[in-house]
Ligand binder design. Structure first.
Ligand code: SF4
Length: 317
């Protein structure tokens, strides 16, 4: 057992063993009681166990926010970065170490505000990683400021009369970026749907973007309350190539047959019209993956120094 608490898989130092969910647990999560982040963490630990991901070859990267504490709570490698910068950090890790399993966890403020430029360009680069955006419609860590996804009229400490503008639509935005390859939406109150969505994203080769509708009982308690209480407010996107949770289909009886390869229909379904749609909006395996098409040669340290010295010589006086 190494300091990560994992078996040294493939090292020859210790026999492989089955890793349980508990083997992936690190510090006790310090999110508020009832916070949706707890369910997301549990679903992710289910995935780690089911896929038996070696902790020493798995990385969680985050920015700043409540959800960005995620890397502290999983016993893998982690990088708790700067606000909005999780995606470029994760892309750098993936480009340099394509053998690693890379997961990014961001909040709505982190991804859609200060990190918006990185979000757009990472969708276009399409690196092979899973990005989970926990959308609670507010800046929770800094105690209740309006975020880009806060719905119009929702009161916060920065806009106490209610948000002036309609919230940004993360699913529609991601679908609109050139090279988008996987876009899904799920909710923290649906553990099996969370898990199946994470599983589909993990098995996608490319940038898998998942928006998780995440309840924040501290500041946006009512945001998804109707969808949680009233199954008629929810539509499940169903298709043999989509996300399948048969038990859920008995609870949510509004089904939309949607082929996830149909981008035009995905755009239509992503529009705000009062319904909450859960499932796989879009998936394409024909979109180029950045680390597959990048042709920069890998150089030795000596070669890099030689190139650097040649460049510096050009400025010699
Ligand atoms: Fe969760 Fe909201 Fe508490 Fe943050 S403030 S930990 S999002 S419930």
């Amino acid at each position: 057992m190494n300091e990560l608490g994992c078996s040294l898989l493939g090292s020859g130092m210790e026999e492989e063993r089955w890793l349980s969910m508990g083997d992936y647990e690190a510090a006790i999560a310090r999110w508020c009681p009832g916070c949706g982040d707890h369910a997301v963490l549990t679903a992710m630990e289910r995935l780690l166990e089911a896929e038996q991901l070696p902790p020493e070859r798995t990385v969680f990267v985050s920015g700043i926010g409540c959800s960005s504490r995620f890397p502290h709570y999983v016993k893998t490698y982690g990088f708790h970065g700067l606000h909005g910068r999780a995606l470029p950090v994760a892309t750098g890790i993936k480009v340099r170490r394509p053998d690693l399993h890379v997961f990014v966890v961001m909040g709505d403020g982190d991804c859609c505000s200060i990190g918006a430029g990185h979000w757009i360009h990472t969708v276009r680069y399409n690196p092979d990683m899973v990005a989970i955006m926990l959308d609670n419609g507010v800046y929770g860590l800094t105690k209740n400021q309006t975020s880009p996804t806060t719905p119009k009229g929702h009161r916060s400490y920065t806009q106490p009369r209610g948000a002036y503008l309609p919230g940004l639509n993360p699913v529609a935005t991601t679908l609109g970026v050139t090279n988008a390859s996987f876009v899904a939406q799920t909710g923290d109150w649906l553990p099996d749907h969370l898990y199946e969505t994470f599983k589909a994203a993990y098995h996608h080769h490319g940038f898998a973007f998942i928006r998780v509708l995440q309840r924040c009982p501290m500041y946006t308690d009512d945001l998804f309350a109707e969808a949680v209480r009233d199954p008629n407010r929810v539509e499940l996107l169903l298709h043999p190539d989509g996300i399948k949770v048969p038990d859920l289909e008995q609870i949510y009886k509004k089904h939309v047959r949607h082929d996830p390869s149909d981008l035009a229909n995905a755009h239509r379904l992503a529009q705000e019209d009062g319904m909450v749609r859960l499932g796989l909006f879009y998936r394409s395996q024909s979109v180029p993956v950045y680390e597959d098409v990048r042709t920069v040669p890998l150089r030795t340290a000596e070669e890099k120094i030689e190139i650097l010295n040649e460049e510096l010589d050009r400025y010699a006086v």
